[in-house]
Design a protein around this ligand. Structure first.
Ligand SMILES: [Zn+2]
Length: 281
């Protein structure tokens, strides 16, 4: 099953960028080729409820840019910008009700250039005080929240202490938006592992402000590339290193989907419609 990965959704394709037209076209292509979005927790818990003949897909959105989720003010209230990725995806679900609001947002709470829970300091018209509201909105809709470090640190070059601070503070920021939220996934910035790989999954950091140890536990770690993932029912499914299909300028979704329609190691997982049984490939 594919775990697709989007970064910025903007005016034109580029590195880490897809155009808005392309984003809409990719949603439509996935829908028309029989894919249904699932959440990470359904994969990890093996509870994906996918109709007969359909294939699950996990959407992942990295870096928390305003291009993914913008608010606009209309008559004093906040409205999701219909030209941001979240706006387009929610509109798509309205017209394709067999899809639910599912997918994973691997977020940065405090990176530069508005990559701080989808925008701050007026960047792209986004107010700093809207950040936590956006994270809460995503969780309320049914999307899931995922760690991507505090400010997109290259974990391979930092000490164990800094790695744990980056991950604990990433998790703590999500908790400050949605108290008690269980962060189960973590996307490696640039696909770079910390020297001590175990710290990608578990660690803690002492928060001087609150005088407590902040712990994190990630069951799933996402790579930046690698092609389709094994279905969770495949013995080779490995949540500790989940490959993804990055979509950006120069890479086409259809190439991966074409390959998955052929027999072989990438053949797509197809559901028999019964969540209690495991389907044949
Ligand atoms: Zn990233």
């Amino acid at each position: 099953m594919p775990i697709v990965e989007w970064h910025q959704v903007v005016a034109a394709d580029g590195t880490y960028k897809v155009s808005r037209e392309r984003f809409r076209a990719e949603l439509l292509e996935l829908h028309s080729r029989g894919y249904v979005p699932v959440n990470l927790s359904e994969m990890l818990d093996k509870t994906m409820d996918v109709p007969t003949g359909k294939t699950p897909v996990l959407f992942t959105f990295d870096d928390a840019s305003p291009s993914q989720f913008r608010y606009i003010e209309r008559n004093g209230s906040l409205v999701v910008d219909p030209t941001s990725a979240v706006g387009m995806l929610l509109d798509f679900i309205k017209t394709h009700p067999d899809w639910k609001a599912k997918g994973l947002f691997c977020m940065l709470p405090a990176a530069e250039a508005g990559h701080a829970f989808f925008g701050d300091k007026g960047i792209d018209g986004q107010k700093t005080e809207w950040r936590l509201k956006k994270v809460q909105f995503l969780a309320q809709q049914g999307f899931e929240l995922c760690n991507h470090t505090l400010w997109h640190a290259k974990l391979s070059k930092y000490s164990d202490a800094v790695v744990q601070e980056q991950l604990a503070r990433g998790a703590m920021a999500i908790d400050s938006a949605v108290p008690g939220y269980k962060v189960r996934g973590f996307a490696l910035p640039y696909g770079l592992w910390p020297k001590n790989r175990a710290l990608a999954f578990n660690g803690s950091w002492y928060d001087k402000k609150s005088k407590r140890d902040v712990r994190y536990h990630h069951e799933a770690v996402f790579e930046v590339a690698g092609g389709p993932a094994r279905s969770p029912f495949d013995p080779e499914f490995n949540p500790k290193s989940l490959p993804r299909v990055p979509l950006q300028g120069g890479t086409k979704l259809s190439a991966t989907l074409d390959q998955m329609d052929k027999p072989g190691k990438w053949a797509r997982y197809v559901s028999d419609g019964n969540p209690k049984t495991v389907a044949k490939p």
